[in-house]
Write a protein that binds this ligand. Structure first.
Ligand code: GDP
Ligand code: IMO
Ligand code: MG
Length: 432
């Protein structure tokens, strides 16, 4: 049982630029944990879960979650969308519909925070507008309206889920919000009254799910329920600690988990960091160990590195130690799940980026600026050719593969206790 090792409340967070494999681990842990909560971000996230087909691996079932926490496939588990999230209701309803079509019963198992902000189509329009205006400096967002919705939240003009309970108040706030935004961004084409009518229907479906989730969580904690906090995006996309301005608009690190759930810090027993055995990034921004060459393309093809949300090809590069150490430091990771190690099978040699230099000087961390100009010092290690996708213990991995893991573990100064060797649930090695 994972909870015997990691405790009653566990946070699972990405430590690079996203898509490390958070969804897979959350799904696996959800067998044991009773409540799974998303705490930040919106449908910019794309968390993939593969469910084994015991007789035919080719027929494993794939699910991608954007807003619904990745524990929903486990019957009886409660999934919570926390106050730190931004929710586009049509996307949420579509996700629920797809699950129903696949015969996953979600009735009564999805809870939405009354304090979560609602994201509307106009946020997506403004997202596109801002990206166009930025030209070459565009962030390369997912186009899901995330930045504009969080901007409304901090500007104190946002609309929260609790408002759906009083529809006339919602409608008048909605009109007012669009009026303010049209004054700011020009008269973008948007049919306010039509949208309000759509939301009249949505609100009937959503209202029963809306709760004070902070209170719900506190009660569940007292009842000894096991709680999983599912981070979205990743530390280097954090609005404060990430590679600003090429970041998302929420706190994606441990701070976001606390803010976005309302759980106090001392209640979290373990913070698990997810790190890919290499690095990938979607969208713009600096990437010191990027392999803009056939090796990077090879990793992309073997690892199928295409966005779960936007299908964009992900940029790929070697494992970056300073990047990972920074995430370990800020998030206080106590344990690491190194994922997608199987993707590196077959390389003669592998490189690990170990130190950054800027203008000839070694840097002691990831710099706030000029990351695009750092030079990376690499070490080279021997690769392995053996298929590791069926390995079920650390001992059974090839020697060079074990060395690669141990090397990274020593360099990042955090134990790698879980190792991913494939997409499916059973492709996870525990070292405890
Ligand atoms: P997330 O956003 O962090 O949940 O990650 P994504 O789902 O966007 O991307 C990770 C991709 O890698 C998904 O397609 C996963 O199914 C897949 N994946 C996760 N862990 C492993 C692993 O250990 N090996 C392989 N080959 N694929 C993995
Ligand atoms: P998961 O949870 C990878 C990136 C976008 C873009 C930047 C800002 O699946 O790991 P946004 O739409 O949030 O304003 O985009 O952040 N980004 C992600 N990249 N995985 C994610 O989520 C991401 N969420 C945001 O590509 O560069
Ligand atoms: Mg993803």
């Amino acid at each position: 049982m994972f909870s015997d090792k990691f405790g009653q409340v566990v946070a699972i967070l990405g430590g690079q630029w996203g898509d490390e494999g958070k969804g897979k681990l959350v799904d696996i842990f959800s067998e044991d944990y009773e409540i799974v909560m998303r705490t930040n971000g919106g449908a910019n996230a794309g968390h993939t879960v593969y469910v084994n087909n015991p007789t035919d691996p080719q027929k494993s079932e794939k699910f991608i979650f954007h807003l619904i926490p990745s524990g929903i496939l486990h019957p009886g588990k409660v999934c919570v969308i926390g106050n730190g999230c931004v929710i586009h209701i049509p996307t949420l309803l579509e996700e629920l519909k797809v699950l129903q079509e696949r015969e996953i019963n979600t009735l009564g198992r999805l809870v939405i925070s009354d304090r979560a902000h609602l994201l509307f189509d106009y946020h997506m329009m403004i997202d596109a507008l801002q990206e166009n205006l930025k030209g070459k400096k565009k962030v390369g967002t997912t186009g899901r309206g995330i930045g504009p919705c969080y901007a409304d939240k901090t500007s104190r003009i946002g609309i929260r889920a609790c408002e759906l309970v009083d529809f006339p108040q919602f409608a008048s706030h909605f009109r007012e919000n669009v009026r303010i935004l049209k004054n700011m961004y020009g008269n973008f084409d948007y049919s306010v009254e039509l949208e309000i009518e759509r939301y009249r229907e949505y609100s009937k479906l959503i209202q029963p799910m809306i709760k004070d989730t902070g209170l719900y969580l506190a009660q569940a904690f007292r009842e000894q329920k096991k709680i999983l906090l599912e981070g979205a995006n990743a530390l280097h996309l954090d609005i404060d600690h990430g590679t600003y301005p090429y970041v998302t608009s929420s706190n994606t690190g441990i701070g976001g988990i606390l803010q976005g759930s309302g759980i106090p810090p001392q209640k979290i027993n373990t913070t698990i960091g997810i790190l890919k055995a290499y690095v990938s990034r979607v969208g713009s921004g600096p990437f010191p160990t990027e392999l803009d060459n056939p090796i990077g393309e090879k990793i992309r093809e073997i690892g199928y590195e295409y966005g779960s949300t936007t299908k964009r090809p992900r940029r790929c590069g070697w494992f970056d130690v300073p990047l990972a150490r920074y995430a370990v430091r800020i998030n206080g990771f106590q344990s690491i799940n190194l994922t997608k190690l199987d993707v590196l099978t077959g390389f003669d040699t592998l490189q690990i980026g170990v130190r950054y230099f800027y203008k000839g000087q070694e840097l002691d961390s990831v710099p706030a600026d000029h990351l695009e100009d750092v030079e990376v010092e690499y070490i080279q290690v021997e690769g392995w050719k053996e298929d590791i996708s069926k390995a079920d213990s650390f001992q059974s991995l090839p020697e060079n593969c074990k060395r690669y893991i141990q090397k990274i573990e020593n360099l990042i100064e955090c134990p790698i206790e879980l190792i991913g060797v494939g997409q499916e649930r059973d492709k996870l090695i525990s070292r405890f």
